[in-house]
Write a protein that binds this ligand. Structure first.
Ligand SMILES: Cc1cc2nc3c(=O)[nH]c(=O)nc-3n(C[C@H](O)[C@H](O)[C@H](O)COP(=O)(O)OP(=O)(O)OC[C@H]3O[C@@H](n4cnc5c(N)ncnc54)[C@H](O)[C@@H]3O)c2cc1C
Ligand SMILES: NC(=O)c1ccc[n+]([C@@H]2O[C@H](COP(=O)([O-])OP(=O)(O)OC[C@H]3O[C@@H](n4cnc5c(N)ncnc54)[C@H](OP(=O)(O)O)[C@@H]3O)[C@@H](O)[C@H]2O)c1
Length: 523
């Protein structure tokens, strides 16, 4: 088993180092279920503390031995004769390319990792500092400078709130409206760090039960917001009223901005974004809040469609990632390339999957936290853990039963897509807003979220529907049991050292609902 990563350390919390980067759900919730940190220093931990937590986990569970770092996957191509994937990998340290052959591929390339700059005319003419917020230059001192920030997604909101007081002048380009919230799901953020009390932290060390109760209370909220999504629901209307009140109350010197800020779509159509300090920043004296669309970049700044030109020393594009979720490299099988067929205008035109997990025609390929993979309710860590457990069941079946290739049935994927479309049509997500849920195309099919609650997707993944998959077997003897049953015994029982009665444990530890369910407790 090998994992390839593009950077020495990878992912969201390694790459995003812009000022003020932090989680917007409580750190106690935004962590693994199995190895919690009880000692988070801030309610909404800063990026480096989150990064350190995950690195610590990788060390604790000895994950590094499986990693090949600074290796960039450039292509994945299915070989139907060998039933293998040929993976083209570039070693970023030596700049050499090789092809590795593997039986199975799990892509865990992140939804926001393939960040993109906008493609305005004149972009390459601009002579100042031009950066995406996921590619922040810590060596450029913004103090007193004229700075532009493009985009009002969660990144843009966080950056604007955190740099406005430092820069000389801020131009914030926000071409569409968005709801500004105090919290994502109920835990209020603040303009200043919410430090977790030393005494409370110490008590978690002394009393694990107290810690579990604390975390359970916080985390439960994330499974309760499901009804908020539905069009015309009382809860959604209540949220709208609360947010209007909140925005109104925080516009300080520029109360007239209210009309420019309140969206004509419902809260939750775009991901609700807590913006501590954002409204204060855009109403500050040194900020211009610009909704006129950008026409072009120039050598010295940005010109909007009304002909106004604004000079700046630096432009930060908080313009998100490849919202279409088409892989940023070719993934080819049976004459089709996911990087093309998933793109708008391609054969499917959206990320066509079965349960967000796999695509018909692409055997032995699974998507971790991919399109439609996880819900708006629940938490990212829990949803990834349960999805990986689901994938582990698939991989165990493949290994145990001698399956050469497995892929979802087209009929099953079609039913999933049809169900998703019907489900999302009832929700505010299908309203007229641009979001990464719909690939930045208002009203387009929702492909960013699981069509339902986190509780339901957890339940469904417990027991895979094996009838939704098709199989190709290693053995072709004509008898389905020859490879599977082998010589009639197990390898374990012939090992004199092995524990062949692992099911016998202290009866106090037995939960009858679980007896003989654990796949590893076999003689
Ligand atoms: C600034 C920011 C803040 C966020 N805050 C929150 C939050 O508060 N709460 C929340 O729930 N979610 C948040 N998110 C969403 C966040 O992305 C997820 O919570 C989570 O971190 C995603 O993890 P991941 O492993 O799926 O993807 P990533 O963290 O993006 O990791 C993807 C990995 O794949 C590697 N990779 C990509 N392409 C290749 C390739 N071709 N070859 C080899 N390796 C490759 C990358 O190097 C990286 O290591 C935030 C996102 C951003 C951008
Ligand atoms: N912890 C946190 O606080 C935090 C911080 C960052 C990110 N995140 C997570 O990451 C997700 C992605 O956030 P993100 O802000 O990086 O991306 P995003 O939500 O996709 O937002 C991208 C922004 O860029 C704008 N944009 C894109 N192309 C543009 C162009 N050509 N010209 C002008 N504006 C353009 C978009 O405007 P339009 O809407 O008009 O297209 C949008 O405002 C979030 O939803 C959240 O899940 C969380």
């Amino acid at each position: 088993m090998t994992f390839f990563f593009t950077s020495l350390k990878g992912g969201t919390w390694f790459e995003n180092v812009y000022p003020g980067v932090r989680c917007d759900v409580p750190a106690h919730v935004y962590q693994s279920t199995f190895a919690p940190n009880t000692q988070w220093t801030e309610e909404f931990a800063q990026g480096p503390e989150i990064q350190a937590y995950w690195e610590g986990l990788a060390r604790k569970f000895d994950v590094y031995k499986y990693l090949q770092l600074s290796q960039k996957v450039e292509k994945e191509e299915w070989d139907p004769v060998q039933s293998e994937w040929n993976v083209t990998v570039r070693d970023l340290k030596t700049d050499t390319v090789r092809v590795e052959t593997v039986d199975f591929v799990l892509n865990a390339i992140g939804r926001f990792n393939s960040w993109r700059l906008p493609d305005y005319p004149g972009l390459s003419d601009y002579k100042g500092l031009l950066r995406h917020t996921s590619n922040w230059d810590p060596n450029f001192d913004i103090k007193g400078k004229r700075v532009a920030v493009i985009g009002n997604g969660a990144s843009g909101i966080q950056v604007v709130a955190n740099i406005q007081k430092v820069v000389g002048h801020l131009d914030h380009y926000a071409r569409n409206k968005t709801w500004i919230a105090a919290s994502f799901a109920g835990h209020e953020t603040s303009t200043t760090p919410i430090v977790i009390d030393e005494e409370l932290r110490e008590s978690f060390k002394q009393d694990p039960e107290k810690y579990i109760a604390y975390r359970k209370e916080k985390e439960s909220i994330y499974y309760r917001g499901f009804k908020d999504w539905f069009k015309g629901s009382e809860k959604n209307e209540e949220t709208r009223g609360n947010l209007i009140k909140l925005i109104n109350g925080r516009l300080g010197a520029k109360p007239d901005l209210i009309d420019q800020l309140i969206p004509d779509f419902s809260p939750h159509c775009r991901r609700l974004t807590p913006g501590p300090g954002y409204l204060e920043a855009i109403t500050a004296e040194n900020t211009d809040y610009i909704q006129t669309p950008i026409k072009r970049f120039t050598e010295t700044g940005i010109e909007t469609e009304d002909g106004v030109h604004r000079e700046v020393d630096a432009i930060y594009c908080a313009t998100g990632a490849n919202g279409d979720l088409a892989p940023p490299f070719p993934v080819i099988a049976n004459g089709e390339n996911l990087a093309e067929v998933w793109k708008p205008g391609g054969k499917y035109g959206f990320p066509y999957t079965y349960l967000g997990a796999a695509t018909p025609g692409f055997p032995n390929l699974l998507f971790i936290h991919g399109p439609n993979g996880s819900g708006r309710s629940g938490t990212v860590p829990h949803s990834v853990e349960t999805q990986i457990t689901y994938f582990a069941k698939i991989l165990r079946k493949v290994g145990r039963e001698g399956i050469k290739a497995i892929e979802p049935l087209k009929e099953a994927a079609d039913d999933f897509v049809q169900y998703s479309d019907a489900f999302f049509a009832k929700t505010v997500l299908s309203e007229n807003c641009s979001s990464w849920y719909n690939g930045g195309r208002p009203g387009a099919r929702i492909h960013g979220l699981w069509p339902g609650s986190a509780s339901l997707v957890t339940l469904l993944q417990r027991e895979p529907r094996w009838e939704d998959w098709k199989y190709d077997y290693i053995h072709d003897s004509g008898n389905r049991f020859v490879w599977y049953f082998g010589n009639g015994g197990t390898r374990k029982e012939s090992d004199p050292e092995a524990d062949v009665t692992p099911y016998l444990v202290n009866p106090d530890k037995i939960d009858l609902r679980d007896v003989h369910e654990s796949w590893w407790l076999i003689p």
